[in-house]
Design a protein around this ligand. Sequence first.
Ligand code: AMP
Length: 460
Amino acid sequence: MKSWREECGVFGIWNHPDASRLSYLGLYAIQHRGQESAGIVSLRGEQHHVHKGLGLVGDVFSEEALTQLPGHAAIGHVRYSTTGLNFLNNAQPLTAQLLNGPVAIAHNGNIVNAEALRQDLKGQGAIFQGTNDTEVLLHMIARNPSGDLLECLAASLKKVEGAYSLAVLSHRALFAARDPYGFRPLVLGEMSNPSGGTSYVIASETCAFDLIGARLKREIEPGEIFWVDEHGEHSIFLDKKPVSTAKCVFEHVYFARPDSVVFGRSVYEARQAAGRILAREKPADVDLIVPVPDSGVPAAIGYAAESRIPFELGIIRNHYIGRTFIQPHQSIRDFGVKIKLNPQAAILKGKRVVVVDDSLVRGTTSRKIISLVRQAGATEVHLRVAAPPTMGPCYYGVDTPEKSELIAATHSLDQIREFVGADSLGYLSLTGLQEAVKSEGRGYCSACFDGKYPTPLYER
Ligand code: AMP
């Protein structure tokens, strides 16, 4: 099954005179969730104002652009798509003029039955501008005869399967909705506005609230549509309950920022706990514990603490790598990885080391890192992965390659060890990961690790 996958982040704010500027900051905080396009739609009076572009938040928005986004409410989006279909028409929030006013929608997640719904809508004469599944939802909302946005939204969401955490802005209200499985995170916060009133904020991750000084109130619940308008806050639930929620465990493994609280659990603490459990499950007799920065750092801290082996930043990351860089004229061995990660001989020479990474997908990064660590003089290199083997693609909004490209889906443990060039290789068990995120095997989706997809999958 070929699918396009998008990693995204959403933000929304209601009742603040600096709505677009705070959205800009909110998007800055969740930039890690998508780097290919960014957009903000603001609301003044009954009119929407839109600015979107390809690239990073800091490049898409200027002082001038933000002054063109007036009003007391706004929603924003950052997007990363893996299809190569990164044209501006796919940049979000998507906007439309409907029967009863303007609507803007920002979506994180993947609707698994989008293609079937799209064909249906095309059959009815719908004209699509882009290729993303969010546009399908927008058409469904537009076609609902009731004209009342809440009713349209609820009726449309009942027909879609898969993952959605949504921010929706009309001319009257800010909506936040999360699919009944709760695949992707979505949180609600509040802050005071300059006139002493309450501003409501929604975001994919709590780190966006920290930056703008908002307080976390709660998660938007799986299956909930929350909205705030001139009468205050309201909430309803879709009458579509799965047997269990399916919160994405990979948010904790890699995707979310470590300073966020996701699904009620600190990401940093979950990763550190994963490292501790990994040390108990897969110990190694070594001199140093070295993380692959940045994503392997919290797990390596946990591994080092549990094993009482010194932790060292044996690999240094250059944080200033742009999208592309000019290649050297003469070939430099391992240039691609070296420009980003540089193992230090001063720390590694003559040492037996455990290298800790958050996950192993294709194995190509680990292979290069291990070779560089050896070149820097390490005498033994043991790889520890703070997640189980990645066995299947994600259809719910994380960019994981097809099965054929996943090394663990096609190779034995020893073949993987040999491919990456490690002296030993150890993964965290699934029960270990469940313990780290405090799920006891319940309420989370681990389909990329165990192949148990919580929804039916459709051809795309
Ligand atoms: P590789 O095994 O070479 O495919 O790369 C694994 C590395 O990619 C890990 O160190 C992760 O930090 C990172 N990674 C894992 N999943 C993703 C993802 N969905 N998007 C981007 N990077 C990822």
